[in-house]
Each structure stands twice: as C-alpha cells, then as structure tokens.
Ligand binder design. Structure first.
Ligand code: NI
Length: 175
C-alpha cells in the first residue's frame, strides 16, 4: 500500500443503525481490487482509521459494502506494544485453529464511546488477498487475531455487541 497518503480524503464512519453495517459484504474480483477506485478506497480507509484512531476498519464502516478490511497499530502502544503492520485484506476467510478462547475489551468506531468484554478465539488462520491481489494464508494469535475476528464480523453484518455474553461489562467511556 502506498505510504504517500497526502491529499487522501478522510471518510465519515457510519454508526450502528445504518443498514450498511448489517448487510453482508460483497466479495471482489482481483480485477475490481486492482481498480483505481478500490485502491483509492483502501487509502481512504487507511487515513480514516488513523484519523479516528482505530486499530481496524471494514469497508462497510465507510459505507461501502465490499469485502475489505484494514488493520494497523503503531509499535509501543499501550494496547499491543508489538504493533500491527498496516495490512489490507480482501475477501477474508477465517478458520479457527483450536478452541482456546480469550476474553478482552473491545470498542468499535461505529459504536463510539463504548467498550465491552468479548470472548474471541485466541488463534486463527486468515486467508484472503492482499492489497495487490496476491493470495495469502497466515496464522494470527492474540490481539491481532481479535482485531481480525472483529473486522470479519463487520463484513458479515455483525458488531461486537452481538458477541457479548455479558452486557453488564458494557461501559461508556465518552470517547
Ligand atoms: Ni468495529
């Protein structure tokens, strides 16, 4: 992905209640992924994620019902010091490697101001196309695996609130 994102528009993140967040995303052909429009969308999603200080963003969160998400987090942050390299994934497929689960806090740019505890698989195998259309399969564990499950849910019309087992953990943070 281009690191020269000067002049790329920050998109508005849609909030829960918008039907686009509840509709399953459409898969893209490699040709569509390579189109200037979709490459531009990926750049816009990247600057939008940075602007909103998110760790991940799905295309439907900026109103586009396409099977695309991004994740990324700078190193030495408090949530996951190792960071996550900026990664674009098209047509993601997730396969759970085992039954080991982990509960931790999640928030969502489309549910601003709230945090809740969500149980997720600790480890998964992610397959998809990278931003250049190259197929890949890779195992992720811990925080990046959590982000992937959250974004994959978005592309299936789900949000983390649907996954919460105990709504009593829901907290308003005002941010
Ligand atoms: Ni989200």
């Amino acid at each position: 992905m281009s690191s020269r994102l000067v002049g790329v528009a920050v998109r508005k993140v849609v909030c829960l209640g918008d039907p686009v967040l509840r509709a399953p995303a459409r898969r893209l052909s490699p040709k569509e992924l390579a189109s200037p429009e979709v490459q531009r969308l990926l750049e816009e999603m990247a600057v939008t994620m940075q602007e909103y200080e998110g760790v991940g963003i799905a295309a439907n969160q900026v109103g586009e019902g396409l099977s695309l998400f991004l994740m990324g987090l700078p190193e030495k942050n408090s949530r996951h010091p190792a960071g996550i390299p900026l990664t674009a994934v098209c047509n993601p497929e997730v396969r759970f490697v085992d039954d080991e689960m982990e509960t931790d806090w999640e928030g969502c740019l489309s549910v601003p101001g709230w945090r809740g505890q969500v149980e997720r698989h600790k480890k998964l195998e992610l397959s998809g196309l990278d931003h250049k259309g190259k197929p890949f399969t890779r195992v992720f564990e811990g925080f990046p695996a959590r982000v992937i499950q959250h974004e994959w849910d978005h592309l299936n019309g789900k949000v983390y609130l649907d996954r919460m087992k105990d709504l009593l953990t829901l907290c308003y943070t005002g941010r």
